[in-house]
Ligand binder design. Structure first.
Ligand SMILES: [Zn+2]
Length: 387
């Protein structure tokens, strides 16, 4: 049965908003047509479902860690990244049933919050079953790290995990500049296929830049604690992005967090790499560091921004609308821009924009009803998922 959905305004994302527009959809949620109020009136359509609020496409969450879902409410807030990483490592171990049940609940929560597709960081295979049975689209980033261990066994294990995710999409990615040695970057490059997309945590804390520039600070302490010697990469006078970006494959790449990325870093990055996306995870930044990126820098037309929730270890919920609300409240980012970041940009990064990210005829993007107040202020985190 076809349905006709209408609300105070429709945001197709890739075209202008339509006041009182009507979406005609198939039983499976495919967009058949997008009508203006006048066009709908001329067709004398019966049974239009009328909603109070605005209709937007399903959200794309480009950075999550389902595997950490069981750490919800366990990690103290605002202790800084090195202490956060330490707490994760200490508390991560749990029975498989506990981990699976938490991932399952997290997946359902994302669905309820209007998320249709997810880029998910995984270190193991344990999330495959949840992903395979989920209505959400998943791309798995099989994440590797290694400071001074031999890199070959790390990569061999990662290739095994990546291939075991089949038929789901998966690619091998580095964790972060401070946790991936030069040799391991070389192995990552060798194991990357032309169709793969890459993701890396970038400049998440001030200490990360300091470690590469001066070789000092919290990450030097972490290396000392683990008994790992520093390398020639640490204390070069150049910051973290100048270490990792030249070593990454030239595939489509997502830089995640960017909390301490400056204008010079963006200039460097866009000159260095032609297919970059920048993911902001504001609620996780507030949770871990009580800091936010210099968002004005990301209004640069050369920069394509996506949004991510990070994991339930560093967030109170998995909701892209909650991330949008934080950026609107704390950084005054206009709604139209946020919506693009939350939908079509993430879909383009994941290579699924033919199906997701906008209301366009032929797509099945998911349809969310949200409450938008005067001056396009996001009134609540509530999403009513219509499809
Ligand atoms: Zn992360």
């Amino acid at each position: 049965m076809q349905r006709y959905l209408s609300a105070n305004r429709i945001y197709p994302v890739t075209s202008e908003p339509i006041d009182n527009g009507v979406l005609q959809i198939s039983e499976t949620g495919e967009i058949i047509s997008i009508l203006t109020a006048e066009e709908a009136a001329a067709q004398n359509i019966e049974n239009i479902e009328q909603y109070e609020g605005v209709l937007v496409p399903g959200f794309v969450n480009t950075h999550c860690h389902l595997e950490l879902s069981h750490l919800f409410n366990k990690i103290p807030e605002q202790t800084g990244l090195p202490a956060f990483v330490k707490a994760i490592v200490e508390q991560r171990a749990a029975a498989d049933e506990v981990v699976v049940a938490a991932m399952d609940a997290a997946d359902k929560q994302m669905f309820e919050n209007g998320i249709v597709a997810v880029g998910d960081i995984s270190n193991q295979l344990i999330s495959k079953d949840v992903k395979q049975h989920s209505p959400l689209h998943y791309h798995t980033f099989v994440e590797v790290f290694g400071f001074n261990h031999p890199s070959q066994p790390i990569i061999e294990e990662a290739v095994k995990i990546r291939d075991s995710y089949w038929p789901l999409k998966a690619s091998i990615v580095p964790h972060a500049p401070y946790s991936v040695a030069i040799e391991l970057f070389q192995y990552i490059e060798k194991s990357t296929r032309p169709q793969d997309v890459i993701s890396i945590h970038n400049q998440e804390t001030l200490a990360e830049n300091e470690f590469f520039e001066k070789g000092t600070g919290d990450f030097e302490a972490m290396y000392n604690r683990m008994g790992v010697p520093k390398s020639e990469a640490h204390g070069t006078g150049e910051n973290a992005i100048r270490y990792h970006l030249p070593q990454l494959p030239r595939n489509r790449t997502l830089l995640v967090h960017n909390t301490f990325t400056g204008k010079a870093d963006i200039d460097f990055a866009v000159a260095q790499h032609k297919d970059l996306y920048w993911c902001l995870c504001p609620n996780a930044n507030v949770y871990i560091e009580n800091n936010l990126p210099d968002v004005n820098l990301f209004f640069d037309p050369r920069v394509r921004v996506t949004l991510g929730t990070d994991s339930l270890a560093s967030n109170h919920q998995l909701s892209i609308l909650a991330e949008m609300q934080t950026l609107q409240q704390k950084k005054r980012v206009p709604f139209d821009k946020l919506l693009k970041w939350a939908t079509i940009n993430g879909a383009a990064f994941l290579g699924i924009a033919n199906q997701f990210g906008s209301f366009e005829v032929g797509k099945t993007p998911g349809i969310n009803l949200i409450e938008l107040g005067d001056a396009k202020i996001i009134k609540s985190k509530n999403v009513k998922r219509l499809i």
